[in-house]
Design a protein around this ligand. Structure first.
Ligand SMILES: O=c1[nH]c(=O)c2[nH]c(=O)[nH]c2[nH]1
Length: 302
């Protein structure tokens, strides 16, 4: 006998663009996002017995995303994810949980001749503002907000020494190195009791995003980093301090390596150690360092 242990289904890669037109000023504001909806509930018979009577078509989910985007604000994304998820669990009695993921792409207003342009935007980076919300019919709303793909590099102010040295070690200790990564940082909010609680928290979402980004960049830039591990822990601590409603902060940081190149074969050219100027960026393998930090040791799972 085989049994379904867990199941969810829905529509991924629903691309949505919304414009808001301020008639009084003529200013337009745009939001572009990619949405994923995955529903859970009493749907196992659709898998085991070909019972489509429990299936809300994924095509209908896509339509619902468009309609809800028309009827409601789409920012902050934490709010729109909660509105969308709450709709699915309230509308369909057999759906118990909606998982909504929103990736918001960057369209930053252009400044032309020193003035913000009313309707022109540019992509000032590939990084995105992501939200993953789990909306339960009766147990509230869990939200994780995130920065994904923020590429950073510092050309000095990073070290790595004192690590395990044994018969597998070739890496030299360094007191000055290049540090580069693509930041994935997430912060998980205390469970919201429902949509009204999310609405009451609206101003906190944009502030947390701005704080998390500023803290990430400032800590990365200013700290003489002893390791990726220690630097990311500090970032987590500062975000927890800045956002009291956040329960945990997590980072996932690939360590992008830049190798020195020995050019002494060419006329004795000095390009290593203190003379290193030309490096070879590596595409892989790369380190990958991850952490989740809570407010106290008690709530950590270590
Ligand atoms: O900051 C670092 N952490 C490591 O765990 C590690 N391992 C490594 O080879 N280089 C680095 N750098």
């Amino acid at each position: 006998m085989a049994a379904v242990i867990s199941a969810r289904y829905g529509k991924d890669n629903v691309r949505v663009y919304k414009v808001e037109r301020d008639q009084a000023t003529g200013t337009q504001t745009v939001t572009e996002m990619t949405v994923c909806v995955l529903l859970e509930g009493a749907i196992e018979t659709s898998y085991t017995k070909a019972d489509n009577s429990v299936v809300v078509a994924t095509d209908s989910m896509k339509n619902t995303v468009y309609i809800k985007a028309k009827e409601n604000p789409v920012t902050p994304p934490e709010l729109f994810a909660s509105i969308l998820g709450t709709h699915f669990v309230q509308k369909y009695p057999h759906i118990t949980t909606a998982n909504i993921k929103i990736v918001t792409h960057r369209w930053t207003r252009m400044t032309i001749d020193g003035k913000p342009h009313p309707h022109s935007f540019f992509r000032d980076g590939a990084y995105t503002r992501n939200v993953e919300a789990r909306i339960h019919k009766s147990q509230g709303i869990d939200i994780r907000s995130a920065i994904v793909g923020l590429e950073v590099l510092k050309s000095t102010g990073s070290q790595f020494h004192g690590f395990v040295r044994d018969e597998y070690t070739t890496l030299p200790e360094v007191w000055d190195r290049i540090l580069s990564t693509s930041v994935d940082a997430g912060w998980s909010w205390k469970t919201f009791s429902g949509l009204d609680a999310v609405k009451a928290a609206i101003p906190k979402f944009d502030k947390a995003w701005e704080d998390a980004k500023t803290i990430t960049l400032k800590t990365f830039a200013e700290e003489n980093s002893p390791s990726v591990q220690n630097t990311m822990f500090k970032m987590c601590q500062y975000i927890l301090e800045a956002a009291p409603e956040v329960e945990t902060v997590d980072y996932s940081l690939p360590n992008r390596h830049y190798f020195e190149i020995d050019l002494s074969w060419h006329k004795g050219t000095k390009n290593t150690g203190a003379d290193a100027e030309v490096y070879a960026p590596q595409s892989g393998p790369n380190g990958l360092i991850q952490v989740t930090v809570a407010r106290s040791q008690l709530s950590s799972k270590l």
